[in-house]
Write a protein that binds this ligand. Sequence first.
Ligand SMILES: [Zn+2]
Length: 554
Amino acid sequence: MIMRPAFFVILLFVGLAWSCQSAKSTGMKPTTSKEREILKKIKALAEFPLTTDVSKLSDNEKSVIPYLIKASQLMDSIFWIESYGDRQELMSHIASPVIREYADMNYGPWDRMDGDKPFVEGVGPKPKGANFYPHDMTKEEFEKADLPGKDGLYTLVRRDDKGKLITVPYHVAFKKYVEKAADYLRKAAEITGDTVFAGYLRARADALLTDNYRPSDMLWMDMKNNHLDIVIGPVETYEDRLFGYKAAHEAYVLVKDMDWSERLKKYIAYLPELQRSLPVDEAYKREKPGMRSDLNAYDAVYYAGEANTGGKTIAINLPNDETVQLKKGSRRLQLKNVMKAKFDKILVPIAGLIIDPSQRKHVKFDAFFANTMFHEVAHGLGIKNTINGKGPVRTALKEHYSAIEEGKADILGLYMVSELLKKGVLKGDMKDYMTTFMASIFRSIRFGAHEAHGMANLIRFNYFKEQHAFERNPDGTYRVNYENFDKAMRNLSGLILKLQGDGDYAGVQKLVDRYGHIGKDLQDALNRIQAEGIPVDIRFKQGEAVLFPDAKSK
Ligand SMILES: [Zn+2]
């Protein structure tokens, strides 16, 4: 599953231009009001080049990556068909280069930033089933149809000559694309020196040609020491808004951050000790902490297809196949350079507006990244089952569970940081972690309380305010009171752990009622962020030429 914050899903922001192009039209002069409007939408997304430290890549890896990117670009082509249909045909009707570029960013003529409204003249509303089903098919017709495998992940639904519904397997419908993609993956397998990675690449090539993805998912979970990685194929089902049955093609080309991945292992080893030290009664910390089976940091060097739409994902959790999950667990991939993009383009400008000038120096990427990583690890701390026979915390807290669990991970992540700093296991200044944490609250609240992360941040903001963890200056900036911040962190940790352990639904409801609202001061801060035009999300400049600018173009 893609960890795409729901607020981005709500706003449906989108990024990136076709292939390896950057936004060409941002330097263009719009001539019509429509162009002006579209150009404004493009510019609301900050451009960021997808790169990694290429000095850490071997010559061999430098020659493997271009094949992985080429295979990924075929996922772009397939996703166009799944999302809309014939790209060429659509483009032939659009004269404006600005609007053409926007169509490429949206993989079609509907504005993912604005509720899928059509922005190309003569185009009607987007079909709910995108192009996975015949556009004239009703839900009822589909449900009544005697069509084995119609709800399969890897088939298109079409009509035969007589108008009867049929299924067409992806590997048949997209034959010319998946054959090319498989060739590229096999080429990469041939030249990589990593035999385990090569095995996965070959299995994935086979999967693209047969639609049997399980064997390659199994091999992917077995891969532990690879420096390069690729997620490729039909993965998520968000694009099918009719039924959510059909998986859309996408790809991520990834370079693992070996240092961070190594460090994470070390921190995870401290979980049992940290569990015992949690600031809550003994009864609430008897469970063994859950260790994520596989958690690593990566730089993404290419996003393609469905992955490249909407708010850009900073974390991936795969595989989705539950059979593979049961046998092999799952892997969480944290995308470090994309987090850096959001840090640079969104969090730093927010801090520059909202954090007390004397404390802005404490807003640092390393702290932002560590807080995010420890959030993930901290999901394993605390309690999964109530201590009073109310069953799993998840069922006891019902619709509030997600917000409380996300709030727990945020606050215990920071708690882990403070404990590991004390032990000397982690380096740095706690002020960096706290100030960065504070600035992040505004970034997360910005998109509303409708969503678990937004609500968690809102509750924390108001709770911390009450505990004087920060002060609002007369000029509207916020100053962190580090001592109180530490106390508030401990108090809120204890409170959340207790609510979870007691399965106290009424208590959580009270917490939400008391703290889950945006007060005047906070609204004022959010308005200033809005007025400043701080980007809502990012779009990528990506591809071989971005990654290896010095290489001669072939
Ligand atoms: Zn989380």
